[in-house]
Design a protein around this ligand. Sequence first.
Ligand code: FES
Length: 106
Amino acid sequence: MTVSADVWQPVGSLADLEVGDRKEVSLSNGKLILILRSESGYYACCADCPHQDTPLAEGSLDGDILTCPLHFWQWNVRTGEKVGIAELPLEMFELREDNGEWLVRA
Ligand code: FES
């Protein structure tokens, strides 16, 4: 039986992210995540759309609403909850700051 546990992994400084910016980060465990800065804060989610794996970095972020560029599914980045026509939630990861360096639990 294989047991995997999410661990806190460094993603560096996010000081260069402006509101509305997105940044893909490849973690040492092979996961690709997307870090976003919305009007309400910093969030981390899966990098690819849960519908057909479109890179969400190419989508748009308006307020706290992230929109996939392909079929326009939307989610609230505060919670990962689907909005509008989306049929699946967005996988979110915990994110925290430690002395200017950010860590994601994934
Ligand atoms: S691939 Fe993102 S909504 Fe279809």
